[in-house]
Design a protein. Structure first.
Length: 473
């Protein structure tokens, strides 16, 4: 604030005149040397100060009190500024208001110096005239009291403004505290919700692990039930055969040749159907297992062939390698099972092309550059980088294409195997249904005969067995 007042002083203003014109500003400033006065005062300024010494002594205590209160106010203002940056603008506005009042007082002093035409430094006589005018104004009755009243009025107004600022600060602080309390409650509720969610997740994890254990136990029980069902089916088949034999014996003893013939034929048909179906399923299973094994072997051989193909460029420069190694490698990879027509054709063409190129390169490496240049002019061109890259690219494309085709064939075989297993399960259900129908037919024939109970072996009621469908891996 003092720096602003110092900036507002004009170069041509008298130091003592400025002090007399602006006594109000000097009174409420802090008790330290005023920046408006120069360090060394002239003699006429000292005399002028001695004239007003009595007035200054009367207001010295009051000025000290005002300066002390102003310093306290500035400390409070700085603390408020550090705590709440939002009040900086308001405080700056108050400071600007006080500075405007200082400027008004300076303008009042300038009006008293309206007749001055030359600079102050160039006209020393003008200093004395202005000093006399200011001394006369200071000797006027009621001047010091008027100054005190002005200072007290300004101080009361400043205190009121500071109180308003403090009240606004307290209101904002209370609002912030209320907001912080609400946010704390929301955070506490969110933590409680998160804790409840974690507990629920832990409970669900325990339930999931329990369900997994029960699922494994149920799968084991299902496997045991399937084994029991298989055993019961075998027992039912044996009991059915035994019952059929008893019926045949009973019909033979009774002399009913037609019934005996029918039962013998039925029993033979059942046995033949079972035997034929078992053989058919066994053959299908063997065929699928063989094809899967062949496919796996072919896949492994092709992987080995691909690795050898990558090493082929380095092996060509070896004199111990025979030209027919590549052909033997392809033969080892394809002698497991005949390939499809398009793959076999592509393989044969590629073998011829690559063998011709590789054997030529091998011969060139054995003869040397000098002999090869005498034999043919086209052979050195085979060592061109572009030709070699083309050969490697073709070999790589063939290997990748063959591998992809074998993977597709393997997937198709797996699908066909799963379909065959489903078909086998359906046929087993069909056989079980026909066994039940044969049993009903035997019971009907027994009722027709109606002579005694030839059934010596207990025969429980056959239920329709449920076969689980297995899937190939």
């Amino acid at each position: 604030m003092e720096g602003t007042a110092a900036q507002g002083r004009r170069p041509g203003a008298l130091p003592q005149a400025t002090e007399n014109v602006v006594p109000r500003v000097k009174d409420w400033l802090p008790a330290k040397p005023c920046s408006l006065l120069p360090e060394g005062d002239p003699a006429w300024a000292t005399n002028l100060e001695s004239e007003f010494l009595s007035d200054l002594e009367l207001s010295e205590e009051q000025r000290l009190q005002i300066s002390k209160e102003l310093v306290d106010l500035q400390i409070t203002t700085h603390r408020l500024q550090e705590q709440h940056e939002a009040e900086v603008f308001e405080l700056k506005k108050e400071v600007l208001h006080l500075e405007s009042r200082v400027l008004d007082l300076e303008l009042h002093g300038d009006r008293a110096r309206a007749g001055r035409t030359a600079p102050v430094e160039a006209n020393p006589a003008h200093h004395q005239a202005l000093a006399q005018e200011f001394s006369q104004e200071a000797k006027a009755p009621g001047y010091a009291g008027h100054r005190r009243l002005q200072l007290l009025g300004g101080w009361e107004q400043l205190q009121g403004e500071v109180k308003q600022v403090l009240e606004r600060h307290k209101a904002q602080q209370q609002a912030l505290e209320t907001r912080m309390a609400a946010l704390g409650q929301q955070l506490q509720r969110a933590e409680e919700d998160a804790r409840a969610a974690r507990q629920q997740l832990a409970t669900q994890s325990v339930v999931l692990s329990t369900c997994k254990g029960r699922l494994c136990q149920s799968e084991a029980e299902n496997a045991q039930l399937q084994l029991q069902l298989k055993k019961m089916n075998e027992e039912y088949a044996i009991q059915l055969q035994h019952c059929a034999q008893e019926v045949v014996k009973y019909a033979d003893g009774a002399g009913q040749a037609a019934l005996q013939t029918f039962l013998d034929t039925t029993l033979e048909n059942i046995r033949a159907a079972h035997r034929s179906r078992e053989q058919q399923l066994a053959r299908a299973a063997r065929v699928y297992r063989k094809r899967l094994a062949d496919l796996s072997c072919r896949h492994e051989e092709l992987l080995v062939t691909c690795s050898r193909q990558r090493e082929q460029p380095q092996a060509l420069v070896d004199p111990n390698m025979a030209p027919g190694t590549l052909k033997a490698t392809f033969a080892a990879a394809t002698d497991l099972e005949p390939l499809p027509v398009h793959l076999a054709t592509e393989l044969s063409h590629l073998q011829k092309d690559e063998h011709s190129r590789l054997e030529t390169l091998f011969l060139y490496s054995q003869k040397g550059p000098g002999e090869a240049s005498q034999g043919s002019a086209a052979e050195p061109q085979l060592l061109n980088n572009a030709s070699w890259v083309q050969i490697c690219q073709k070999l790589q494309d063939f290997s990748q294409g063959t591998q992809a085709e074998l993977e597709r064939e393997r997937a198709q075989l797996l699908v066909r195997a799963s379909e065959a297993e489903e078909r086998l399960s359906e046929l087993q259900e069909y056989v079980d249904q026909h066994l039940g129908r044969y049993k009903q037919e035997v019971l009907r024939l027994r009722k027709l005969v109606g002579a005694g109970d030839p059934w010596k072996v207990g025969f429980p009621t056959a239920a329709k067995p449920q076969h689980s469908r297995t899937h190939s891996r």
